[in-house]
Ligand binder design. Structure first.
Ligand SMILES: Nc1ncnc2c1ncn2[C@@H]1O[C@H](COP(=O)(O)OP(=O)(O)OP(=O)(O)O)[C@@H](O)[C@H]1O
Ligand SMILES: [Mg+2]
Length: 258
C-alpha cells in the first residue's frame, strides 16, 4: 500500500543547530499517530516540514508517492491539512469564516458550494463549535478558539491531518472528545499525526506512538510497546506506572525524585 505521507531522511538546521537529524517515517491510511517528546524535541518543526511550511535542509516529503515540493500549494492543501501550535487570531473574523479557510483549496470562501457548506457545518458540529460559529474569533475563550481551528483542520476533508497539540487548551471532556474524533478520522481511512503532551490520551486513542527526542526518532510502535517506564525515564525524566488490561492502557506519571 502506498503511504499517504512519507518523510524521508528529514534534516533541519536552524540557528546554527541541528534541530532534526535524519527523521524518516511513513503514515498509512487508518493510522492515528501520537508524536510525543519533550519541549524542544522538534515535533512542531517536523510537522511544519511535513506540511511544506518549512523547507528541510535535507531529505524530502512525499505525499501519496509524489514529492510534495512538485505540487502546487493548492494541490498540497487538498491532500493535507495542518493545525499550528499557535492559535492567536489577530483579525476580525467569525468562527465560521475561520473554519471556511479549511475549504480554501476548493474555492471557498469566495464561492461556497453546497459541498463546502456541508463540510463546514459538519466540522463545526463535530468540534462542538457550531454554537459560536457566528461569534468573532477574538471574543472566544482559548478552548473555544482551539476547537474552531480544529474545525478548520477537519473542514478540508483531506486524507492527511497534521495537528500540533490539538488538545492542549481543552478541558478534560473536550480533550477526550477531540482525541476520539481524531481516531475516528483515522478509522475512516485518513492518516492522522498529532503532537501531544497528554500521554494518557495518546495511550488511549493512538494506534501508534512516535517518540521524538533531541531531533531524532527514539522509538516507534504501538502504545503498549512504547509507553514503558524506561522510555519515560530516559526521554521525559519521569517515572511511569503502567497498567494494562485487555481493554486499555493506563499510565500514571510521577517525578523521578519523590
Ligand atoms: N526559527 C528557529 N531558529 C532557531 N531555533 C529554532 C527555530 N525554530 C525552532 N527552533 C528550536 O528548535 C527546537 C525544536 O523546536 P520545536 O518547536 O520543533 O519543538 P517542539 O518539540 O514542538 O517543542 P514543544 O513541545 O515545546 O512545542 C527548539 O530548541 C527550538 O528552540
Ligand atoms: Mg511544538
Amino acid at each position: 500500500m502506498t503511504a499517504l505521507l512519507s518523510l524521508e531522511n528529514i534534516a533541519c538546521r536552524m540557528g546554527g543547530r541541528h534541530i532534526l537529524n535524519n527523521v524518516s517515517l511513513s503514515l498509512e491510511a487508518g493510522e492515528c499517530v501520537g508524536l510525543i517528546g519533550p519541549n524542544g524535541a522538534g515535533k512542531s518543526t517536523l510537522l511544519r516540514i511535513a506540511a511544506s511550511l518549512e523547507k528541510p535542509s535535507g531529505g524530502q516529503v512525499i505525499l501519496r508517492g509524489g514529492k510534495a515540493s512538485d505540487l502546487s500549494p493548492m494541490e498540497r492543501a487538498r491532500r493535507l491539512s495542518y493545525l499550528a501550535q499557535a492559535r492567536e487570531i489577530a483579525w476580525t473574523m467569525t468562527a465560521r469564516e475561520i473554519t471556511a479557510l479549511g475549504r480554501f483549496a476548493w474555492g471557498a470562501p469566495l464561492r461556497e458550494s453546497p459541498e463546502d457548506a456541508a463540510a463546514l457545518e459538519k466540522a463545526l458540529a463535530e468540534t462542538g463549535a457550531a454554537a459560536f460559529a457566528n461569534r468573532l474569533a477574538h471574543t472566544l475563550s482559548g478552548g473555544e478558539l482551539a476547537r474552531v481551528h480544529l474545525a478548520r483542520l477537519l473542514a478540508g476533508n483531506t486524507p492527511v491531518l497534521l495537528a500540533d497539540e490539538p488538545v492542549s487548551a481543552l478541558d478534560p471532556a473536550h480533550q477526550l472528545a477531540v482525541m476520539k474524533l481524531l481516531r475516528a478520522k483515522a478509522d475512516e481511512g485518513r492518516a492522522v499525526i498529532a503532537a501531544l503532551h497528554e500521554l494518557p490520551l495518546a495511550a488511549r486513542y493512538c494506534t501508534r506512538i512516535l517518540v521524538l527526542h533531541e531531533g531524532a526518532i527514539a522509538a516507534d510502535g504501538s502504545p503498549v510497546e512504547i509507553l514503558k517506564d524506561k522510555l519515560m525515564r530516559d526521554v521525559f525524566g519521569v517515572r511511569a506506572s503502567i497498567e494494562q488490561n485487555e481493554r486499555e492502557l493506563r499510565i500514571h506519571l510521577d517525578p523521578l525524585a519523590d
